[in-house]
Design a protein around this ligand. Structure first.
Ligand SMILES: [Ca+2]
Ligand SMILES: [Ca+2]
Ligand SMILES: [Ca+2]
Ligand SMILES: [Ca+2]
Length: 210
């Protein structure tokens, strides 16, 4: 009877657990004047902050390398760079980082240069995931740029920026207060949620019309 009860409780927990879901963000890196010396000669490192509850398990999956000539993220451009991701606490303590990954293909990636990070957060709090061109230090991740470094596309395309897409799969726990500012795609971090919502609604409406 005890065994049966335990099994029933386990089943109830399984049913009550929220289904895994994913959040998709898009942006670009490009040269900016990060050190304010009057020259846009510093390379942006995208910073995305978020809160998690204790025990939250996330999988960060990037898509940046459109090596097959197919516009994988549907932004009308073919770009690519060898990206690198780093996970830190809001205070700047390094947690983990990844350059290349064999687990990157679930989001449509075609090249292992697209990094991934899987991480389970033991402590609730605010954390930061960063995405930039290989490679950068913890202090560069915190300031959000690499000084005196120019962007270059992977195959010499005459582009001044690199597009990226980041899919965050929430395998357990919860993520909130996702916020990032991207100098070209997102004007105001406070409106990111609203814009994402509007974009999703817009896409749904577009799909319905077709
Ligand atoms: Ca500068
Ligand atoms: Ca593209
Ligand atoms: Ca990927
Ligand atoms: Ca890489």
């Amino acid at each position: 009877m005890k065994k049966f009860l335990a099994r029933l409780l386990a089943l109830a927990a399984l049913v009550a657990a929220p289904a895994a879901h994913a959040i998709t963000l898009n942006g670009e890196i490009r040269n900016i004047d990060g050190d304010n010396d009057g020259f846009a000669d510093d390379l942006l490192i995208q910073r995305i902050s978020f809160d998690v509850t204790a025990g939250t398990s996330l999988f960060f999956d990037s898509l940046v390398w459109e090596a097959t000539g197919v516009d994988l993220n549907g932004d009308g451009e073919l770009t690519g760079f060898d990206n690198y991701m780093m996970l830190l606490t809001a205070g700047g303590s390094y947690l983990t980082a990844n350059d290349d990954s064999g687990a990157t293909y679930g989001d449509g990636s075609v090249h292992p240069y697209d990094s991934t990070i899987g991480y389970t957060f033991g402590t609730a709090g605010t954390y930061v995931i960063t995405l930039g061109q290989l490679a950068y230090s913890t202090s560069e991740a915190m300031q959000g740029y690499q000084a005196n470094r120019n962007y270059y596309d992977y195959n010499g395309n005459n582009l001044d920026h690199g597009d990226w897409r980041l899919t965050i799969s929430v395998n357990s726990g919860s993520i909130s207060n996702l916020s990032y500012s991207n100098s070209n795609s997102v004007p105001d971090t406070a409106t990111v949620g609203a814009m994402l919502g509007a974009a999703i609604l817009g896409l749904a409406a577009f799909k319905r019309r077709r």
